[in-house]
Design a protein around this ligand. Structure first.
Ligand SMILES: *[C@@H]1O[C@H](CO)[C@@H](O)[C@H](O)[C@H]1NC(C)=O
Ligand SMILES: *[C@@H]1O[C@H](CO)[C@@H](O)[C@H](O)[C@H]1NC(C)=O
Length: 310
């Protein structure tokens, strides 16, 4: 693609310049059209510049959506970010912010425009990222990705196609093992269940089914343990939504947190001592990820959930 050949030489010159000039903002990016292609951070895989502010806007045919699949990802954790926007790069379209060294799962837009913005601080860099993007017809769900330690069987992702997940030995599948690509409306084919995750056999968390139940941090109402990492997935009937209402919430501000996926905004981080407002899922699932650091323990959280028939 044009962007790739355009980069190399001047990019390297810039990289060298920029690394010595503090306070200089390095801009790059561009507008991309076409059925598919790849985007690499400048200098990939030898490191992106400091002070980068690069925005790529991918524009698909009207009515199509865009899927991005990461092939490589390494950004200085908590200092450099890749922000994703479901549309043009305006705050109202902000979707998520990626950082660190784990390959993120594929992301699919809800509209025909999708944007990525790389911002880096003024010190330390990493390999950067490489991402493959593809236009999805309205009848395609796109590749849902493979969770860490997971195995995906199935290679077609269009309406009616089914795929199956399993885990490598020593790991247990949490979630629905089989996904079907279903047509919800003219413009949104999607998988009927979220991608399951693979957890170590003795880890906390799990899949919750049924119309109601309760999720609590380990040992609740006594103190949770240090270095906890628990993921729960609540799965309701297709078409239903889920409400989660906190009755207790106490954790070490900032260092211990509960991350919730599947609601609006798509990722919510909760921490501290205040009872958060109720959470309503967008679809028939919610995922809770509870993480604690190596010191200070509190009672944690407790929250009943209920499926809502729509
Ligand atoms: C775009 O898709 C075509 C057909 O599937 C494939 O041959 C080509 O390699 C893809 N382009 C990139 C940049 O991956
Ligand atoms: C990056 O550039 C955009 C405009 O191109 C601007 O709106 C945004 O504030 C910049 N972000 C940073 C972190 O400098």
């Amino acid at each position: 693609m044009g962007i790739k050949s355009g980069f190399t030489f001047w990019n390297l010159v810039f990289l060298l310049l920029v690394s010595y000039v503090q306070g200089f903002i390095y801009t790059c990016g561009g507008t991309l059209k076409g059925l598919n292609g790849t985007i690499e951070s400048p200098g990939f895989p030898y490191g992106y510049p400091n002070g980068a502010n690069c925005t790529w806007v991918i524009i698909a045919e009207e009515r199509n959506r865009i899927q991005i699949v990461f092939q490589s990802f390494a950004l200085e954790e908590e200092y450099d970010y890749l922000s994703l926007y479901d549309g043009h790069p305006h705050p109202a379209n902000f979707r998520t912010r990626l950082t660190g060294f784990h390959l993120p799962p594929p992301v699919t837009s809800t509209k025909s425009v999708f944007s990525l913005r790389l911002t880096s601080d003024f010190a330390v860099s990493a390999h950067g990222f490489k991402v493959y993007y593809e236009e999805l017809q309205s009848s395609s769900c796109g590749n849902p990705g493979v969770p860490p330690k997971g195995i995906l069987s199935g290679t077609k992702f269009d309406v009616g196609d089914k795929i199956r997940y399993s885990c490598v030995t020593g790991y247990i599948l949490d979630g629905h093992p089989q996904l079907t690509c279903i047509a919800n409306s003219v413009n949104t084919a999607s998988w009927d269940f979220p991608v399951p995750i693979c957890r170590a056999e003795d880890a906390c968390g799990g899949t919750m089914r049924g119309s109601s139940g309760m999720i609590s941090s380990p040992n609740f109402p006594n103190e949770y343990h240090n270095n906890a990492d628990c993921t729960w997935t609540i799965v309701a009937e297709p078409g239903d939504t889920i409400s989660l209402i906190f009755t207790d919430f106490q954790m070490e501000e900032k260092y211990d947190y509960l991350e919730i996926e599947g609601s609006e905004p798509p990722t919510i981080w909760l921490s501290g001592m205040n009872i958060p407002p109720p959470i309503i899922s967008n679809k028939n699932w919610l995922r809770l990820h509870f993480v604690t650091d190596s010191n200070h323990r509190y009672p944690g959280f407790s929250a009943p959930y209920q499926g809502i028939f729509n």
